[in-house]
Design a protein around this ligand. Structure first.
Ligand SMILES: [Zn+2]
Length: 70
């Protein structure tokens, strides 16, 4: 079963979840194609539901230009 990666677009900062097998990703928000190797990654999760919850949590904790777990 495919796992999901939670990562951040290097251009606009949008956090998004997608298959961990991807090498490149098209940002959901700004449309920039970015390399998974070079972007900021928050973790790999078992399923999309779990990854989505992490995305929500990270967005909720966004503060002073930084995301953090709490
Ligand atoms: Zn973006």
């Amino acid at each position: 079963m495919n796992k999901f990666l939670v990562a951040q677009c290097p251009r606009c900062g949008e956090i998004q979840a997608f298959y961990s097998t991807y090498k490149m990703k098209l940002c959901n928000r700004c449309g920039t194609k970015f390399s998974i190797d070079k972007c900021k990654k928050f973790g790999i999760y078992e399923n999309h539901k779990l990854a989505s919850e992490i995305v929500k949590k990270l967005k909720y904790t966004y503060k002073d230009g930084q995301y953090s777990y709490s």
